[in-house]
Design a protein around this ligand. Structure first.
Ligand SMILES: CC(C)(COP(=O)(O)OP(=O)(O)OC[C@H]1O[C@@H](n2cnc3c(N)ncnc32)[C@H](O)[C@@H]1OP(=O)(O)O)[C@@H](O)C(=O)NCCC(=O)NCCS
Length: 241
């Protein structure tokens, strides 16, 4: 399964057989807590303590660990890992190869692209001004997390924002506005500290790029990948050899 470069709609896995490679770990339809009508991709695992509701799609080789709950209508890509106590609500779409660490809830309106990392106990939201006595189900604000983004432990994402590809949200940050691609942001409310490479290292400057105003060449100190910043926009110009 391949999400788009943006948040990317997840699509149904090509193989939709229900597998039981390890009977102790894998749910079967009508047994354990995997409802009938769940699509489990080949090689996927659902721990016996997890619940997967009717209509959910779990991609190939994805793993749903202890006490997790995936609701009907959720679509999870291939090779994802959903840690302990993760909740994925109806309508949430998760791309391929995402790692959702323990205690994360993905509420309606959240959409993750491929390769997204959600650190332990980070928090998504979907209502801006909740009141217990007022129904705001028609007012959910979407949160889009684009390919390759990482969200640190205990960070909070206030709904209605877009996290750009490969951005990096520091542990404990509170995000109240969009985060540009490759930006490293931290604090409450978050502020930008710098730029983060695809490999997850602070980019270093290779000097001014004279070909445009307010332009700079950047490099990943680990991989050597080169990037270009023009104003507040960073893009990859050369992948590592
Ligand atoms: C954001 C992060 C990548 C920064 O790492 P770094 O580039 O090595 O940064 P440094 O440790 O050199 O810190 C640089 C500055 O940012 C500050 N800073 C670092 N992390 C911060 C955070 N989470 N919140 C606020 N400020 C932070 C430091 O205090 C330091 O400030 P100073 O220059 O005033 O002293 C890292 O601190 C972080 O939060 N990683 C996420 C860890 C995580 O949640 N993992 C989940 C999987 S277990």
């Amino acid at each position: 399964m391949t999400g788009s470069g943006a948040a990317g709609p997840a699509r149904a896995p090509s193989e939709t057989v229900v597998v039981s490679a390890n009977p102790e770990l894998v749910g079967t339809p009508g047994a354990g807590h995997v409802s009938r009508g769940v699509t489990l991709g080949a090689g996927s695992l659902v721990h016996e303590s997890a619940y997967v509701d009717e209509g959910a799609v779990i991609g190939v080789h994805s793993r749903v660990w202890h006490f997790a709950h995936v609701m009907g209508g959720a679509v999870i890509g291939d090779r994802c890992s959903l840690g302990q106590n993760v909740v994925v609500m109806n309508g949430v779409r998760i791309g391929d190869n995402c790692k959702i660490q323990n205690n994360v809830s993905l509420y309606e309106g959240v959409e993750l692209g491929d390769d997204v990392f959600c650190g332990p106990s980070m928090v998504f939201t979907n209502v801006m001004n909740p009141r217990s006595a007022v129904s705001r189900k028609s007012e959910y604000r979407p949160t889009y997390v684009h390919r390759g983004a990482s969200i640190g432990a205990n960070a909070t994402i206030v709904c209605g924002v877009t996290l750009g590809e490969y951005c990096f949200v520091a542990a404990g940050a509170v995000i109240t506005r969009d985060v540009p691609a490759y930006a490293l942001v931290a604090g409450v409310p978050s502020r930008q500290l710098g730029w983060m490479s695809r490999a997850g290292h602070r980019m270093v400057s290779d000097g001014v790029d004279a070909s445009a105003a307010d332009a700079e060449l950047l490099r990943c100190p680990e991989t050597g990948e080169r990037y270009r910043r023009v104003g507040g926009v960073v893009s990859l110009v050369e992948t590592a050899a």
